[in-house]
Design a protein around this ligand. Structure first.
Ligand SMILES: Nc1ncnc2c1ncn2[C@@H]1O[C@H](COP(=O)(O)OP(=O)(O)O)[C@@H](O)[C@H]1O
Ligand SMILES: [Mg+2]
Length: 370
């Protein structure tokens, strides 16, 4: 079931991944603690002396609060902490990242201006679903090849589709190779109808749906884009190769609760179908183990049922039952990824809101749990 049995890293512990990988991609559905675990992973790497940077997608700015700084920008801010390495943190700004990419690949400043002023570009760079994924991949590439970081940790955008992040660069390459795209960028839009009726039909249908103006903007955008395709494609290929290489590890963050485990299972299946290996599973918010067994808790509950301690007995019984259910669900999840390393992080008494708590989670993650 695990897709890449030849990978030499399949059995690495989380500590090994943190100490050796160049890229760690945290995936999973939203709300499970993905941003927190991504940040803690960067802290763990810094604790082992590495220069680590975490790219978070966290519009709530909660991570900035947790890190004790006012705000995070689109370039790394160094976080102070008692670690021998370095932690850089940044919050992905999709629009500025897209602007940087255009500036980098443009052949002239006129071309950059032309694209920035195009309405279609403004929409694509801010609102199009998938742009956030693509720009996260772009940022990863930029940080990795800058040579300034030993490890880049990417907190993938919250999405229901497990593969959106991995497919973003492929989608672009496919678009640029597309015949309709090539016809669209033809300097003579009239050619569309004359040369290719199918493409002309597409444009006419599109015009009816989104309005002729939007289509004109799009055609103008793709024309302005000419000459930049090679740079874009090369970069997409470069990043895909990096993601597929031994330098990258994928970490699935999940919660053991009944209502979220099925989402994690679905996520794993999608990744396996796409031949992507998961190197580690982090189960976040597990309940503290109790010395009381389920039977003992049930007996106690029966005995104290009517008395003043009935509420406490019920709480203990619920806790023990939930913890037992969690164990079963974790086993069910791990059966899909037998080669992945399992790491657990307990439910903390409060939100993770300062560096000491983040450091504590980092230590738990990097404990060799094999
Ligand atoms: N192990 C934990 N114990 C207690 N609170 C946690 C734990 N992990 C995460 N949290 C809290 O849960 C909330 C959601 O975490 P976050 O990392 O933002 O999730 P995601 O990025 O998956 O949406 C945050 O307030 C965070 O502090
Ligand atoms: Mg998040």
């Amino acid at each position: 079931m695990n897709s890449n049995p030849t990978s030499s890293t399949a059995a690495d512990s989380y500590a090994d991944l943190v100490a050796r990988k160049r890229v760690i991609v945290a995936c999973g559905t939203g709300g499970v603690g993905k941003t927190t675990m991504a940040a803690a992973t960067a802290v763990a790497a810094a604790q082992s002396g590495r220069r680590a940077v975490v790219v978070t997608i966290d519009p709530a700015k909660r991570l900035a609060d947790a890190l004790g700084i006012d705000r995070l920008g689109n370039t790394p801010t160094e976080i102070d902490g008692a670690w021998p390495g370095t932690v850089g943190a940044m919050m992905l700004d999709t629009k500025s990242t897209f602007d940087d990419v255009v500036t980098r690949h443009a052949t002239s400043s006129e071309q950059t201006e032309h694209i920035f002023n195009n309405r279609f570009y403004v929409n694509v760079s801010t609102e199009l679903p998938g742009t956030q994924d693509y720009m996260a991949v772009e940022k990863l590439n930029e940080l990795h090849f800058s040579g300034e970081w030993d490890l880049v940790v990417v907190d993938t955008p919250p999405t229901r589709d497990a593969l959106a992040f991995f497919e973003a660069p492929k989608l672009l390459t496919r678009l640029l190779d597309n015949t309709i795209y090539k016809l669209l960028i033809s300097p003579h839009p009239g050619v569309l109808r004359a040369v290719n009726r199918a493409a002309g039909g597409v444009v006419r249908r599109l015009s009816r749906v989104v309005g002729a103006e939007v289509v004109d903007d799009a055609i103008e955008f793709f024309q302005a884009f000419q000459g930049m395709e090679e740079g874009f494609k090369q970069r997409a290929d470069e990043t895909l190769a990096l993601l597929a290489s031994d330098e990258t590890a994928f970490v699935l963050v999940a919660s053991p609760r009944n209502d979220t485990i099925s989402e994690a299972l679905y996520f794993l299946k999608r990744l396996a179908d796409a031949n992507l290996s998961v190197h580690a599973v982090v189960i976040n918010r597990i309940l503290a183990a109790m010395s009381t067994s389920a039977e003992e808790a049930a007996q106690l509950h029966a005995r104290l049922d009517q008395g003043p301690l009935a509420g406490a007995a019920q709480a203990l019984l619920d806790h023990v039952n939930t913890a037992a259910g969690d164990g079963d669900r974790i086993a069910q999840l791990m059966a899909y990824v037998p080669d992945a390393t399992l790491t657990t992080v307990p439910l903390m008494p409060s939100d993770v809101h300062d560096i000491p708590m983040l450091s504590r989670i980092a230590e738990l993650l990097a404990q060799d749990a094999r």
